[in-house]
Design a protein around this ligand. Structure first.
Ligand code: SF4
Length: 332
């Protein structure tokens, strides 16, 4: 039986951290059993916010793809590719932009939010406003049945459905409406207690070796009430405990919560235990990654082969689109 198709992508931000892994990548690895998966590194999307300073995009693409493969994305089962190597995405984006009303884009919650919150970047651009249209093109060009996303991205999928309905209403049924496959949100704080992010300098990376992971955890912020070893604390307000919730089994979580409340354990004991469980989880990735990092050409080969396959699927859809919109000039 044909598996349903899904698509999800990541921007090429360089090496991935635990927030990227627990928030998306770990889930993707499991989805490969049940779905036909398309996973693009969406390099054009990074230009919607970082057009002035794109950085070393090629290197960042390779870093992301290396982490993907180390984590268990399997090019035999999934199409792993680079968005800009499939120019059909840009063509569909252009055509969809003809039918998408501007107010639909202005009311996407992340549009205003990011304009207000991202400092030092001029986001009053056409590309930034239209990025959900590009995202829609990314999804529907493969006729994806569903998109695995966190709750914050759900309005984008709703918008994609609206655009699909408008397209199909105008030109005939070409696209299925993509469904949202909600990914459970886990809070993954960085070492300073804020959301883990490369730009905050608080991230633990998949490529960090065990000693680096331990070193980063040791000074991590905790419940400020625990100034001395004898002071009891509250695990529910401690970011280290949030990480226990994501990485440690129930028995360790109970040990940490009880030891914290009764001052039976010190924060360094608590962090050492967390490091053990975190490293257990990362062991397979850390085992596989060095060999992949030593052969960037092999990782490129995977991306090039995936992009070729993606182009074939995307071009087949575009032929239907051009014909539906009466802009097909192929010989009859
Ligand atoms: S014992 Fe653990 S949970 Fe409690 S404050 Fe220290 S690090 Fe946080």
């Amino acid at each position: 039986m044909k598996k349903p198709r899904i698509l999800s992508g990541m921007r090429p931000t360089g090496p991935l951290h635990l927030g990227n892994y627990m928030g998306a990548l770990e889930n993707w690895v499991g989805l490969q059993d049940r779905y036909e998966c398309f996973f693009p590194v969406v390099d054009w999307h990074s230009l919607t916010t970082d057009y002035a300073n794109p950085g070393d995009v090629r290197l960042n693409v390779i870093e992301v793809a290396t982490d993907w493969l180390a984590a268990g994305l399997d090019p035999e089962r999934s199409t792993i590719f680079v968005q800009s190597l499939v120019p059909q995405h840009a063509e569909l984006h252009l055509l969809l932009s003809m039918i998408t009303p501007v107010p639909w884009l202005e009311r996407v919650p992340t549009y205003k939010e990011q304009q207000q919150n991202i400092e030092g970047k001029d986001l009053s651009t056409y590309g930034f406003l239209g990025y959900p249209v590009l995202q829609t093109a990314d999804i529907i060009i493969y006729k994806a049945d569903a998109v695995p996303v966190g709750e914050d991205q759900a309005p984008h999928i709703e918008l994609a459905r609206e655009i699909v309905r408008r397209f199909n209403g105008l030109y005939g049924e070409v696209f299925p409406e993509p469904q949202t496959l909600l990914t459970e949100a886990k809070r993954i704080p960085g070492t300073d207690g804020r959301k883990m992010s490369k730009s905050y300098g608080n991230a633990i990376y998949l490529k960090d070796d065990p000693e680096t992971v331990r070193q980063k955890l040791r000074p991590m912020v905790t419940d400020p009430a625990r100034k001395r070893r004898t002071d009891p604390g509250d695990p529910e307000i401690c970011p280290v405990f949030d990480l226990h919730k994501a990485f440690s089994p129930q028995s360790t979580r109970e040990w940490a919560a009880h030891g914290c409340r009764t001052a039976g354990i010190g924060c360094l004991d608590c962090k050492a235990k967390l490091a053990e469980h975190m490293l257990e989880k990362l062991a397979r990735i850390q085992e596989r990654r060095p060999a992949l990092a030593a052969r960037p050409d092999t990782v490129w080969d995977v991306l090039l082969a995936g992009s070729k396959r993606a182009r074939e699927v995307a071009e087949a859809t575009m032929q239907e689109v051009r014909s539906a919109m009466k802009i097909s000039y192929e010989k009859p």
